[in-house]
Design a protein around this ligand. Structure first.
Ligand code: GLA
Length: 351
């Protein structure tokens, strides 16, 4: 079942639609045209109690003022580009320095701040909404007119499928991800430190003090970055380890085991023991930034006035590795002119 409503209006007077999609089990999600934001995800716990497990806001203005990317699609290039510079086909491109002299999540006017076009759909997999955006040649200083779409499908297996497609008229770089903050005890339940993570990964990409990858991989064995067995987020989050210090907690890219272009991998789980809720993450991308909300500080009240203080949500940002355009040894984020960009990430909810 799909319901479409008007969520609000931007400061420039653009109307923002919201879609709410519910499946046969009573699970639902809501998404808005602003930033292609996933605003709500209602799932049941072991007793059938429903809770909203993503952080979000109640007005367009809050999303316009937000700087934590709550639920949004970020682009053209998710995560960081070192020194806000890259070279493609011999041409150097200078981007916005919006993160300590580096580029974060595309730049100042990111895709998370745009009003996307939208349409609802129903197909053999389920029902959902498709958001579309045209990013002109030179937008945020990236080359090529890039036309992208992200399709959110809710299945009757309680999967939220995120399918990204795109095409550029010139060679460019493209790295799109969703920046949802999950809290399986409910968006307003406090920190996520007791929730457990498992990751199908033996390595992280080493980051420097500014969270720029160095090109080196670190074996997680024996470090607080090891989630090869399920571990509570809070157990080692303040450990005396240089990578943890650089990220002020978890804010790192894990290298997905068994990555092959186009192949879906089961990469992560998040579990809340008390409610019995569990989320499984699948993707065909090579990396995932696990970010434990270290910079959340409840600057803007959340849905129903919830206070999103530090570490009250955790993101699984599936992606090409940070700064991969400047690290030839990493899987390449280059999108050739006329070639299709196509990636899929799935968040599946179980109890
Ligand atoms: C990403 C980054 C973090 C932080 C958040 C937004 O996850 O890796 O360092 O910037 O976005 O607050």
């Amino acid at each position: 079942m799909i319901k479409q409503t008007i969520f609000g209006t931007t400061k420039d007077g653009k109307e923002v639609k919201e879609y709410t999609v519910e499946n046969a089990n009573g699970m639902s999600f809501s998404a808005i045209e602003f930033g292609a934001v996933i605003r709500k995800v209602f799932t049941k716990d072991k007793n059938g109690e429903i809770a909203d497990v993503v952080l979000g806001f109640d007005s367009v203005q809050d999303y316009e003022n937000d700087d934590t990317y709550l639920g949004a699609v970020v682009g053209r290039y998710a995560n960081r580009i070192g020194n806000a510079t890259f070279t493609l086909n011999g041409v150097e491109y200078k981007l916005d320095k919006n993160d300590n002299g580096n580029t974060l999540h595309g730049g100042i006017d990111g895709y998370d701040k745009r009003v996307w076009a939208s349409e609802s759909f129903a197909d053999e997999k389920g029902e959902g909404v498709k958001f579309m955006l045209v990013s002109e040649d030179g937008d945020q200083s990236y080359p090529g007119k890039l036309e992208i779409a992200v399709k959110y499908t809710l299945t009757n297996d309680n999967e939220l499928i995120l399918e990204y497609t795109g095409m550029s008229d010139k060679d460019t770089i493209c790295n799109l991800t969703n920046h949802s903050y999950f809290n399986l005890a409910g968006h307003d339940s406090g920190d996520v430190l007791n929730q457990l993570i498992w990751l199908n990964s033996d390595f992280i990409t080493e980051a420097d003090e500014q969270s720029i990858t160095t090109g080196k991989l670190i074996d997680v064995k024996g470090t607080p970055m090891d989630f090869t067995t399920e571990t509570a987020i809070g157990d080692r989050i303040d450990a005396d380890y240089y990578q943890i210090k650089f990220g002020a907690g978890y804010d790192h890219n894990w290298v997905i085991k068994g990555y092959e272009k186009g192949k879906m991998n089961f990469i992560a789980t998040l579990r809340d023991k008390a409610s019995g809720r569990k989320m499984e993450v699948y993707t065909d991308l090579p990396g995932v930034q696990v970010y434990s909300g270290n910079f959340l500080k409840a600057r803007i009240p959340g849905k129903n006035q919830a206070k999103y203080t530090r570490r009250t949500g955790v993101c699984f940002e599936t992606q090409y590795y940070p700064d991969s355009i400047n690290k030839p040894e990493f899987p390449s984020p280059i999108l050739k002119a006329g070639e299709e960009y196509k990636t899929t990430t799935i968040y599946k909810f179980i109890v």
